[in-house]
Every structure is written in C-alpha cells, then in structure tokens.
Design a protein around this ligand. Structure first.
Ligand code: ZN
Length: 80
C-alpha cells in the first residue's frame, strides 16, 4: 500500500510562479546538460570523474537557468 514512486500533489497553476529567462523573459525552457568534473580528491572513486547535470536552457536565447543548480549539484554528488 506504500507507493513511494511518485506522490501526486495537487498544485493549482495559479499558485505557482512562472520562471522567466533573465535575458529575454521567455518562459519556455529545454533540458540541456552541464558537464562537471570532480577532482580525484573528493571523488568517491578516488579518480577524476566527469558527470552531467540537467540544466534548463531558454529555447529563445539559449541562456541557462541556473537558479537552483547549486542545490542539484549537491543532491547529485550525494547519490551513488
Ligand atoms: Zn531567453
């Protein structure tokens, strides 16, 4: 009875805040990837590693939205 896959949350779109591109005010973003390198010192495997972080990029002007990127970086590195 415990489905932890996805919780359905009812959110009224009117209660949310649209995020605009800081440059052109477009609200349409596409997922791209930012590549990051972990130095051997902090890498869990002890070797230099490269990994990718999903980043929304404005489809109109190509500006990456990095508002919560820091959060996602720390989340990513904790997992695995
Ligand atoms: Zn833009």
């Amino acid at each position: 009875m415990n489905n932890q896959n996805r919780q359905q949350i009812n959110i009224n779109p009117e209660d949310t805040t649209p995020i605009e591109c800081p440059k052109c005010k477009s609200q349409i973003f596409q997922e791209c990837f930012m590549m990051r390198k972990i130095s051997a010192i902090i890498s869990p495997s002890g070797r230099e590693e490269v990994f990718s972080i999903p980043v929304p990029v404005c489809i109109a002007c190509g500006t990456p939205y990095t508002g919560s990127t820091e959060e996602r970086i720390s989340n990513n590195s904790v997992e695995e």
